[in-house]
Design a protein around this ligand. Structure first.
Ligand SMILES: N[C@@H](CCC(=O)N[C@@H](CS)C(=O)NCC(=O)O)C(=O)O
Length: 233
Protein backbone atom coordinates (compact mmCIF):
# COMPACT_ATOMS: atom_id res chain seq x y z
CA UNK A 1 0.00 0.00 0.00
CA UNK A 2 1.18 3.48 -0.82
CA UNK A 3 0.71 6.27 1.70
CA UNK A 4 0.97 9.83 0.44
CA UNK A 5 2.00 12.25 3.18
CA UNK A 6 0.93 15.71 2.27
CA UNK A 7 -0.51 19.00 3.45
CA UNK A 8 -4.33 18.80 3.73
CA UNK A 9 -6.75 20.18 1.11
CA UNK A 10 -7.55 23.89 1.14
CA UNK A 11 -10.01 25.93 -0.87
CA UNK A 12 -11.01 23.47 -3.61
CA UNK A 13 -7.47 22.13 -4.06
CA UNK A 14 -6.35 18.61 -3.16
CA UNK A 15 -3.63 20.14 -0.94
CA UNK A 16 -2.26 23.50 0.17
CA UNK A 17 0.99 22.61 -1.62
CA UNK A 18 1.56 22.62 -5.37
CA UNK A 19 4.04 19.73 -5.07
CA UNK A 20 1.53 17.62 -3.14
CA UNK A 21 -1.18 18.33 -5.74
CA UNK A 22 1.30 17.37 -8.45
CA UNK A 23 1.99 13.95 -6.89
CA UNK A 24 -1.62 13.14 -6.05
CA UNK A 25 -2.60 14.04 -9.63
CA UNK A 26 -0.02 11.61 -11.01
CA UNK A 27 -1.18 8.80 -8.71
CA UNK A 28 -4.75 9.37 -9.91
CA UNK A 29 -3.83 9.66 -13.60
CA UNK A 30 -1.88 6.39 -13.33
CA UNK A 31 -4.70 4.71 -11.44
CA UNK A 32 -2.41 3.59 -8.62
CA UNK A 33 -4.22 2.97 -5.32
CA UNK A 34 -2.98 5.08 -2.41
CA UNK A 35 -4.07 6.49 0.92
CA UNK A 36 -3.70 10.11 1.91
CA UNK A 37 -2.07 10.92 5.22
CA UNK A 38 -2.51 14.60 5.98
CA UNK A 39 0.23 16.24 7.99
CA UNK A 40 0.73 19.91 8.82
CA UNK A 41 4.31 19.86 10.04
CA UNK A 42 6.96 19.41 7.31
CA UNK A 43 9.65 18.99 9.98
CA UNK A 44 8.36 15.40 10.33
CA UNK A 45 9.15 14.69 6.65
CA UNK A 46 12.43 12.96 5.70
CA UNK A 47 13.72 16.01 3.80
CA UNK A 48 11.67 18.39 5.96
CA UNK A 49 9.43 19.05 2.96
CA UNK A 50 6.18 17.59 1.73
CA UNK A 51 5.17 15.48 -0.05
CA UNK A 52 6.67 12.11 0.68
CA UNK A 53 5.47 8.61 -0.05
CA UNK A 54 5.76 5.41 1.98
CA UNK A 55 5.44 2.04 0.26
CA UNK A 56 4.40 0.23 3.43
CA UNK A 57 4.81 -3.27 1.93
CA UNK A 58 8.46 -2.58 1.09
CA UNK A 59 9.18 -0.28 4.07
CA UNK A 60 10.41 2.22 1.50
CA UNK A 61 10.14 6.01 1.91
CA UNK A 62 10.56 8.40 -1.01
CA UNK A 63 10.53 12.17 -0.73
CA UNK A 64 10.57 14.90 -3.39
CA UNK A 65 7.94 14.90 -6.14
CA UNK A 66 10.39 14.01 -8.92
CA UNK A 67 11.84 11.05 -6.96
CA UNK A 68 8.28 9.92 -6.22
CA UNK A 69 7.47 10.09 -9.96
CA UNK A 70 10.54 7.96 -10.75
CA UNK A 71 9.37 5.41 -8.19
CA UNK A 72 5.80 5.38 -9.55
CA UNK A 73 7.15 4.89 -13.08
CA UNK A 74 9.24 2.01 -11.78
CA UNK A 75 6.32 0.19 -10.14
CA UNK A 76 3.82 1.14 -12.85
CA UNK A 77 5.70 1.71 -16.11
CA UNK A 78 4.39 4.22 -18.65
CA UNK A 79 2.85 2.25 -21.53
CA UNK A 80 2.11 5.22 -23.85
CA UNK A 81 4.10 6.03 -26.99
CA UNK A 82 7.60 6.98 -25.81
CA UNK A 83 8.83 10.57 -25.97
CA UNK A 84 12.06 11.20 -27.86
CA UNK A 85 14.99 12.86 -26.10
CA UNK A 86 14.20 16.32 -27.53
CA UNK A 87 10.63 16.10 -26.28
CA UNK A 88 11.84 14.92 -22.88
CA UNK A 89 14.37 17.77 -22.77
CA UNK A 90 11.76 20.40 -23.58
CA UNK A 91 9.30 19.00 -21.05
CA UNK A 92 11.98 18.85 -18.35
CA UNK A 93 12.92 22.48 -18.98
CA UNK A 94 9.28 23.51 -18.50
CA UNK A 95 8.96 21.50 -15.31
CA UNK A 96 12.15 23.04 -13.93
CA UNK A 97 10.86 26.51 -14.89
CA UNK A 98 7.56 25.98 -13.10
CA UNK A 99 8.79 23.96 -10.10
CA UNK A 100 11.86 26.06 -9.39
CA UNK A 101 10.98 29.54 -10.63
CA UNK A 102 7.26 30.06 -11.13
CA UNK A 103 6.50 28.28 -7.83
CA UNK A 104 8.36 31.04 -5.97
CA UNK A 105 6.48 33.81 -7.81
CA UNK A 106 3.26 32.07 -6.76
CA UNK A 107 4.53 31.66 -3.20
CA UNK A 108 5.23 35.39 -3.16
CA UNK A 109 1.60 36.19 -4.05
CA UNK A 110 0.31 34.08 -1.13
CA UNK A 111 2.74 35.07 1.59
CA UNK A 112 4.08 38.49 0.71
CA UNK A 113 1.23 40.50 -0.79
CA UNK A 114 -0.40 41.95 2.37
CA UNK A 115 -4.01 41.63 1.14
CA UNK A 116 -3.43 37.96 0.22
CA UNK A 117 -1.55 37.13 3.43
CA UNK A 118 -4.72 38.16 5.28
CA UNK A 119 -6.50 35.36 3.37
CA UNK A 120 -3.71 32.77 3.45
CA UNK A 121 -2.74 33.09 7.11
CA UNK A 122 -6.05 32.03 8.75
CA UNK A 123 -6.41 29.13 6.30
CA UNK A 124 -2.84 27.80 6.50
CA UNK A 125 -2.71 28.08 10.27
CA UNK A 126 -6.32 27.20 11.08
CA UNK A 127 -5.35 24.18 13.21
CA UNK A 128 -2.99 26.19 15.43
CA UNK A 129 -4.63 27.35 18.69
CA UNK A 130 -5.68 30.98 18.31
CA UNK A 131 -3.43 32.20 21.08
CA UNK A 132 -0.32 30.91 19.23
CA UNK A 133 -1.50 31.44 15.65
CA UNK A 134 0.07 34.84 14.94
CA UNK A 135 3.40 33.93 16.53
CA UNK A 136 3.72 30.68 14.60
CA UNK A 137 2.44 32.16 11.32
CA UNK A 138 4.91 35.04 11.56
CA UNK A 139 7.79 32.72 12.38
CA UNK A 140 6.98 30.42 9.39
CA UNK A 141 6.64 33.52 7.21
CA UNK A 142 10.13 34.64 8.26
CA UNK A 143 11.41 31.29 6.93
CA UNK A 144 9.61 31.88 3.62
CA UNK A 145 11.13 35.37 3.34
CA UNK A 146 14.59 33.90 3.98
CA UNK A 147 14.10 31.14 1.38
CA UNK A 148 12.84 33.62 -1.21
CA UNK A 149 15.92 35.74 -0.58
CA UNK A 150 18.28 32.75 -0.80
CA UNK A 151 16.60 31.65 -4.03
CA UNK A 152 17.42 35.08 -5.43
CA UNK A 153 13.91 36.04 -6.50
CA UNK A 154 13.26 37.67 -3.12
CA UNK A 155 15.99 40.24 -3.84
CA UNK A 156 13.77 41.81 -6.48
CA UNK A 157 10.89 44.19 -5.90
CA UNK A 158 7.28 43.09 -6.12
CA UNK A 159 6.76 44.51 -9.59
CA UNK A 160 9.66 42.48 -11.06
CA UNK A 161 8.72 39.27 -9.21
CA UNK A 162 5.18 39.40 -10.54
CA UNK A 163 6.38 40.39 -14.03
CA UNK A 164 8.66 37.33 -14.09
CA UNK A 165 5.79 35.05 -13.12
CA UNK A 166 3.63 36.58 -15.84
CA UNK A 167 6.48 35.99 -18.33
CA UNK A 168 6.48 32.28 -17.41
CA UNK A 169 2.72 32.10 -17.96
CA UNK A 170 2.80 33.95 -21.28
CA UNK A 171 5.70 31.82 -22.51
CA UNK A 172 3.87 28.63 -21.56
CA UNK A 173 0.68 29.77 -23.31
CA UNK A 174 2.66 30.56 -26.48
CA UNK A 175 4.45 27.20 -26.34
CA UNK A 176 1.26 25.22 -25.75
CA UNK A 177 -0.57 26.89 -28.64
CA UNK A 178 -3.53 24.73 -29.59
CA UNK A 179 -2.12 21.49 -28.19
CA UNK A 180 -3.98 20.09 -25.23
CA UNK A 181 -0.98 18.60 -23.40
CA UNK A 182 2.55 19.86 -22.74
CA UNK A 183 4.42 17.37 -24.87
CA UNK A 184 3.57 14.63 -27.36
CA UNK A 185 -0.08 13.86 -27.89
CA UNK A 186 -0.92 12.48 -24.50
CA UNK A 187 -0.85 13.32 -20.81
CA UNK A 188 2.54 12.61 -19.27
CA UNK A 189 4.19 13.12 -15.89
CA UNK A 190 5.40 16.49 -17.12
CA UNK A 191 1.82 17.78 -17.28
CA UNK A 192 1.40 17.21 -13.55
CA UNK A 193 3.72 20.04 -12.47
CA UNK A 194 2.24 22.46 -14.95
CA UNK A 195 -1.32 21.54 -14.00
CA UNK A 196 -0.56 21.86 -10.27
CA UNK A 197 0.98 25.32 -10.67
CA UNK A 198 -1.85 26.59 -12.87
CA UNK A 199 -4.69 25.21 -10.76
CA UNK A 200 -3.05 26.62 -7.62
CA UNK A 201 -2.88 29.99 -9.37
CA UNK A 202 -6.49 30.25 -10.48
CA UNK A 203 -8.54 28.27 -7.92
CA UNK A 204 -7.76 30.01 -4.57
CA UNK A 205 -9.33 33.37 -3.73
CA UNK A 206 -5.87 34.95 -4.14
CA UNK A 207 -5.84 37.79 -6.63
CA UNK A 208 -2.67 38.64 -8.51
CA UNK A 209 -1.31 39.44 -11.97
CA UNK A 210 -0.39 35.74 -12.18
CA UNK A 211 -4.01 34.69 -11.87
CA UNK A 212 -5.05 37.39 -14.37
CA UNK A 213 -2.40 36.14 -16.80
CA UNK A 214 -3.54 32.50 -16.64
CA UNK A 215 -7.20 33.47 -16.98
CA UNK A 216 -6.40 35.64 -20.01
CA UNK A 217 -5.21 32.56 -21.98
CA UNK A 218 -8.04 30.34 -23.19
CA UNK A 219 -5.63 27.49 -23.93
CA UNK A 220 -4.34 27.45 -20.33
CA UNK A 221 -7.89 27.49 -18.93
CA UNK A 222 -8.81 24.60 -21.25
CA UNK A 223 -5.65 22.78 -20.17
CA UNK A 224 -6.63 23.02 -16.49
CA UNK A 225 -10.18 21.94 -17.37
CA UNK A 226 -8.92 18.88 -19.27
CA UNK A 227 -6.75 17.79 -16.33
CA UNK A 228 -9.59 18.43 -13.85
CA UNK A 229 -11.89 16.25 -15.99
CA UNK A 230 -9.31 13.45 -16.23
CA UNK A 231 -8.73 13.57 -12.48
CA UNK A 232 -12.45 13.32 -11.77
CA UNK A 233 -12.78 10.11 -13.85
N1 LIG B 1 11.59 19.67 -4.45
C1 LIG B 1 10.47 19.34 -3.59
C2 LIG B 1 9.82 20.63 -3.14
C3 LIG B 1 8.73 20.37 -2.09
C4 LIG B 1 8.35 21.65 -1.37
O1 LIG B 1 8.86 22.73 -1.64
N2 LIG B 1 7.44 21.49 -0.41
C5 LIG B 1 7.03 22.62 0.38
C6 LIG B 1 5.52 22.83 0.29
S1 LIG B 1 5.05 23.50 -1.27
C7 LIG B 1 7.37 22.36 1.83
O2 LIG B 1 7.16 21.29 2.36
N3 LIG B 1 7.89 23.39 2.49
C8 LIG B 1 8.21 23.35 3.87
C9 LIG B 1 9.60 23.82 4.12
O3 LIG B 1 10.39 23.93 3.16
O4 LIG B 1 9.88 24.06 5.30
C10 LIG B 1 9.48 18.46 -4.37
O5 LIG B 1 9.50 18.48 -5.61
O6 LIG B 1 8.74 17.70 -3.73
Amino acid sequence: MLELYQFPPIWSLSSGSTFCTKVEAYLRIKGIPYTNVYQMDPRKAPRKQMPYLIDTGKHHTISDSECIFDYLDEISPDTGSPLDSKEKGEALAWVRCFDHHYHWCLTYTRWMMPENWEITKPIYFATIPKILRNTIANSVKKGVIKTLYEHGLGRHDEKSILARGVQDINALAAYLGNRSTLIGNRVTRYDMSIYAMLVHTIRPPIESPLKDAVLSHDNLCQYVQLMDDLLRE
